[in-house]
Structures are given as structure tokens and as C-alpha cells.
Design a protein around this ligand. Structure first.
Ligand SMILES: [Zn+2]
Length: 70
């Protein structure tokens, strides 16, 4: 199951995202939002004000993508 041919960004995680309310890049907390048939949906919340700053979807095949809130 170890895939050594994949590049580094395979397990991409955001540790900081820009928070419009705090007006700066803030550390974020990741929490499981939804379990979907094709993967898990995580939400990133600002650790300062608790705003939802984005979502990350981890698909069943292990691919993960970041969706920023707008
Ligand atoms: Zn904030």
C-alpha cells in the first residue's frame, strides 16, 4: 500500500489559511464534517474566531483536495 512513486503533495494538509475575519493567515483546526460514500469531507476552522475557512475532501482512493471557502 506504500506508494513511493507519488510526489510529496499526496497528503496535502493546510496548517494555515487566510481568515477574512481575522484579516491574516491563521492556524486552522481540521475536523471531520461528513462521511461520504466516495470519501471523507473535512472542514478547516480558524483557531482564532472559529470561522470555516475551507474544506478538504479525501477520496476513497486516497486523493485529497482542498476547497477554499469564499
Ligand atoms: Zn479567524
Amino acid at each position: 500500500m506504500v506508494n513511493r512513486n507519488r510526489p510529496q503533495y499526496r497528503e496535502f494538509r493546510a496548517s494555515e489559511l487566510f481568515c477574512p475575519r481575522c484579516r491574516t493567515a491563521m492556524p486552522v483546526r481540521e475536523r471531520l464534517l461528513l462521511v461520504l460514500p466516495d470519501g471523507d469531507l473535512f472542514e478547516y476552522c480558524c483557531q482564532g474566531c472559529g470561522s470555516s475557512l475551507g474544506k478538504r475532501k479525501v477520496e476513497a482512493d486516497g486523493a485529497s483536495k482542498l476547497v477554499l471557502a469564499r
